[in-house]
Write a protein of this length. Structure first.
Length: 61
């Protein structure tokens, strides 16, 4: 008896669904962007360490 469909309930459920969907898309995009930035930063740091190690090993003892 209490499960009667109303326009208000349909609108609220639809709005909540849209908000959840858009939030999930934004979070996924943000995750991909931040992951790419972290990967680039990690590669840059690794290249700097590698260059330092190579130059330090080239020095004669």
């Amino acid at each position: 008896m209490g499960s009667k469909r109303t326009i208000t309930r349909d609108l609220v459920v639809s709005i909540i669904g849209v908000v959840v969907l858009i939030s999930a898309i934004v979070v996924m995009l943000n995750y991909r962007i931040m992951s790419e930035k972290a990967r680039v930063e990690l590669e840059t740091t690794a290249d700097e360490y590698l260059a330092y190690l190579v130059s330090s090993l080239e020095l004669p003892i």
